[in-house]
Ligand binder design. Structure first.
Ligand code: SF4
Length: 557
């Protein structure tokens, strides 16, 4: 087989040209909309669609929905129309959006790093059973994602979510999207600082706040006080990362401007020290800077990462301080980047003597029924709560040591193992063609079958190799930072026919040595050949690796 490592392009360093003309920033006086998305947001605050859903659309049905709400403002309520079944990926780019629409919705419910009680997990499961054809996926932004939602059922779903202390508000749209919080906040023995209060406070102050409901584009937040940096802070618009100041103690560094998709960039580190109680104010200052200075002319340049790349981190922090925060942040070196797992799978000691247990659904595919079963186990074993993770996994918090062994057996029995194979542990998949209108290929089912086959072919794999399967270039499952990143596209089979397949990226990483995977032009693989392709790459790695050499290090060796 060819040497898989040397058919690559050089690593891609994103170069962002300096703007030659104004980019539609409000701060420069460009308050007139420059595209239809900006016009829609100006015509009516997207938050207002909630009342129309409750009082008009849910009563009069799907056909009563204003198209500008249906394909625009509904997103601020965590609602997208889902893809009509049976339309292949070749039609994604050529059909009008309404031709791709099913008359059902995907609904995202945000968890924002919260500890979910058994009652809450049961409520989430029951919603899936009652209204979503038993769907309830765990996403890599710590959401529960339903499908097959009817507009008529949305008020009752929102009522149940409200009773459970949850919401779908601003789970999509040009808004502060669901936050990633450390799944082990407040309990991990090695935690630097518990940021729970700050995330709750940011939610309480700013979610549903009209001052932040018209951002240039999506705005992703992550916060962790755990040394493993377990919220993928490199790939969020704004991240707060636990750090220790030699005099002041534990606080947070500020990282800004991360994001993947078609122009991937890693977040830049400010090298500051922010005390817990100041985190919400700094979040507001960063979000305000994005709102006022972010680029609104082109959607493709509207993420915060482009502004940070153009300005540089020093200027960005100065604007945050001088124009919004009104004070200078304390400078201190950024925390060292970690190595190793960030997913908390398996059994770990808490600082209070109890245990936390990370469990692994396969590629985030869960169901309402499974969540109800999990809630029953949480009650039976007096488990304190559960958190969702950025790796499509679940962590049970507050497991008593004497309950551990029978709990682990029961978790295995329902298919949520705390002792998964390396493949099941380290594979993620986005929504894909089953439900996503942007998708070109199937992901969840393909990735599940891949995991099963790799478990058969490499049952004793002794090292982590992450495989992230994406249905299009948007990289929702973080294509570029996986050992094996798969970007869905149409490829040619041996007979010259266009079929579902993937562009391969190899050797991406977060943490120490954070890097984007090499895009290997020659490595395009059909979906049907994926098992054999991954097998060939992994076989080459296992044969050639030196002692302790990771997959990512082998790729760039
Ligand atoms: Fe949809 Fe593409 Fe995102 Fe997958 S990566 S969920 S196909 S937009």
């Amino acid at each position: 087989m060819p040497d898989l490592r040397f058919q690559s392009q050089p690593p891609r360093h994103t170069e962002v040209p300096r703007p030659k003309r104004a980019e539609g920033q409000w701060s420069l006086g460009y308050t007139e909309p420059l595209n239809k998305n900006e016009q829609s947001k100006k015509d009516d605050d997207p938050l207002n669609v909630r009342a129309r859903i409750l009082h008009i659309y849910s009563k009069r049905g799907f056909d009563s929905i204003d198209p500008a709400d249906l394909r625009g403002r509904f997103r601020w309520m965590g609602l997208y129309t889902q893809r009509k079944p049976g339309i292949d990926g070749g039609k994604t780019a050529v059909l009008e959006e309404e031709e791709l629409d099913a008359r059902y919705f995907m609904m995202r419910v945000r968890s924002d790093g919260r500890l979910l009680s058994s009652q809450t997990v049961r409520a989430l499961g029951t919603i899936g059973v009652d209204f979503a054809r038993d769907t309830a996926d765990v996403t890599d932004r710590e959401n529960i994602q339903y499908h097959w939602i009817r507009i008529e059922d949305v008020p009752e779903i929102w009522k149940r979510l409200d009773d459970a202390g949850l919401s779908s508000l601003e789970a999509c749209g040009d808004s502060p999207r669901p936050f990633l919080g450390s799944p082990v906040a407040g309990v991990a023995a090695d935690e630097i600082i518990d940021g729970t209060w700050a995330l709750e406070e940011i939610y309480r102050r700013y979610i549903g706040d009209p001052r932040f409901s018209n951002l240039p584009r999506k705005f992703k937040t992550a916060l962790t006080g755990h040394p493993s940096h377990d919220v993928s802070p490199e790939t969020n618009d704004v991240s707060f990362v636990g750090t220790v100041h030699p005099e002041h103690g534990a606080g947070f560094d500020l990282w800004v401007g991360g994001g993947l998709s078609t122009n991937p960039m890693l977040a830049q580190k400010a090298g500051v020290w922010i005390p817990l109680e100041q985190v919400p104010d700094v979040w507001e200052a960063v979000a305000s800077t994005f709102r006022d200075y972010g680029y609104r002319r082109l959607r493709s340049r509207a993420r915060l990462k482009f502004l940070v790349a153009d300005w540089g981190i020093e200027k960005f922090v100065e604007v945050v301080e001088n124009e919004y925060l009104g004070q200078r942040l304390e400078r201190t070196p950024s925390p060292a980047s970690p190595t190793g797992h960030r997913d908390h799978i398996g059994v770990h000691e808490q600082k209070d003597g109890a245990l936390y247990v990370g469990i692994a659904p396969t590629v985030g595919r869960v169901s309402g029924t499974l969540l109800v079963q999990l809630a029953d186990l949480m009650d039976a074993y007096a488990v304190r709560g559960a958190r969702l993770t950025p790796y499509q996994k679940i962590v049970l918090i507050g497991v008593q040591p004497e309950a551990l062994e029978p709990l682990l057996d029961d978790l295995d029995r329902i298919g949520l193992s705390a002792r998964p194979s390396q493949w099941r542990r380290n594979t993620m998949a986005c929504t894909g063609i089953e439900f996503c209108k942007l998708a070109i290929v199937d992901t969840k089912n393909r990735a599940r079958d891949l995991v099963a086959e790799l478990e058969r072919r490499f049952p004793d794999l002794d090292t982590a190799i992450s495989v992230n399967v994406n249905g299009c270039p948007n990289a929702c499952a973080r294509t570029q930072v996986a050992d094996i990143g798969l970007k869905g596209q149409l490829v040619l089979d041996d007979d010259g026919n266009q079929v579902e397949g993937f562009q391969v990226h190899l050797g991406g990483a977060t943490g120490l040595g954070a890097n984007f995977g090499r895009k290997l032009r020659a490595h395009k693989v059909t979906s049907a050949e994926l098992d054999d392709y991954v097998t060939a790459v992994v076989t080459a790695y296992l044969a050639q690796r030196t002692d302790g050499e990771s997959f990512a290090d082998w790729v760039v060796r």
